[in-house]
Design a protein around this ligand. Sequence first.
Ligand code: SAH
Ligand code: SF4
Length: 352
Amino acid sequence: MIGEPGGQMDILQFSFAELQAQMAMWGEPRFRAQQIWQWIYQHLVGTFDDMTNLPLKLRERLARHYRLTPLTPLDEQVSADGLTHKVLFSLPDGETIESVLMAYERRQTVCVSSQVGCPIGCPFCATGQCGLTRDLTTAEIVAQPLYFGQQLRDRDMSVTNVVLMGMGEPFLNYDAVWAAIERWNDHTGLDLGARRMTISTAGHVPGIRRMAQEPLQVGLAISLHAADDTLRDELVPLNRAYPLAELLDACREYVSTTRRRITIEYALIDQVNDSIEQAVQLADLLEGLLCHINLIPLNPTEESEYRPSPPVRVTHFQVTLLERQIPATIRLGRGIEIQAGCGQLRRRYSGQ
Ligand code: SAH
Ligand code: SF4
C-alpha cells in the first residue's frame, strides 16, 4: 500500500477484494465495498463526502485514512480547436506527470503516463530527455482517465478509449499497468472494453511476450521508427537490448497467439527515416505480419534538431508502403500548438 507521511493511502490502490477486506475489518456490512466502488468508478465522485448513501461517520473515516486520487492538476492547456486537453498533474511526492484527452471521431481518448520520465532516452522525445525518476503506482495510473471522466460526465460524455502513450515505457512497469487495465475494464466500474485500450511500447520484447498470454484483448502498438538496426539503435535506444530480428520474432509470435493486428508507430523525421529506400526496407521488414502502420510527422521538440518530414515526403513514404500492400495511414500530429507531444508540457514547466 502506498503510504504518506500524513498517513493517507490511495483508495485507488485497492482491488475490489482488498476494499471488501478493509470494510470487513472496519466491521462494515458487506454491501459497503460495492457502494464505495460504484461511487469511485461509476459515479466518479470528487470527494468522500459525495458518497451520500454512506453513513457520515464512515465518510469521515474514509477521508481520514484515504486519498480519493493522488493527482492534483497544476496546469492545463487546450488546443485552439478545443479538441485536445493536456493536463500536468502533481503527485503526492511532488513529482509531475502529464495526461492528455483527445476528442476525435466521437471518441474521447485519454493518453495515460506509466512512469515519471522514461529511461529509454529516445532523442526525439521530450520525456526521453529527462531520464527516469520512478514508476507510477497502480493508483496513479488508474486515476488519470478517472480525472477526465469526471470532467466529461459534467458534459454528458465519458472516456471511450485509453492509450498508454504518455510518459514512460509501460512494459517497464508491467504489473502496475496491467492492474490498471484490469481495473478500467472491470464491469462493475468504468467498464472500458479491452479493445478500447492500447499499450504502446518502444519494443520491450519480454513485455510483448507476456502480454500475448493475457486473456484481455488489449491493443498493442510498437514504436518502430526505423527498419534497420543502426538507425533504430540511435532513435530508440532500447533496440540495443532487443534488436529488430528479436522484436519482429516477438511480434509474429504475438499475432499467431492472439490473432490480433499490431499497430506500428512510425514518426517521420525529415531526412532521417523518411526516404523511399527506407519505406521499401520497412515494407520488407513487415511483410507477412498482421499489422497497420501509423505514420506520424514528428512533433518537433525544443531539445532536438529533428524536424518533421514535409507533406510531400510523408505522402511518398505512405504510397511506397501501400504499393507493397502494407496498410498505412497518416496521423496528423494533434495539438502541436499546445505541445501535446509526450513530456513536452512537463519540460516547459520545469524550465520555468
Ligand atoms: N514509451 C512508449 C509509450 C510512450 S511514447 C513508446 O515509446 O511507445 C508514445 C508514442 O509517442 C511513441 O510512439 C513515441 O515514439 C511517440 N513520440 C514521442 N515523442 C514524439 C515526438 N516528438 N513526435 C512524434 N511522436 C513522438
Ligand atoms: Fe520513452 Fe517512449 Fe519517449 Fe522513447 S518515445 S523516451 S520509450 S516515452
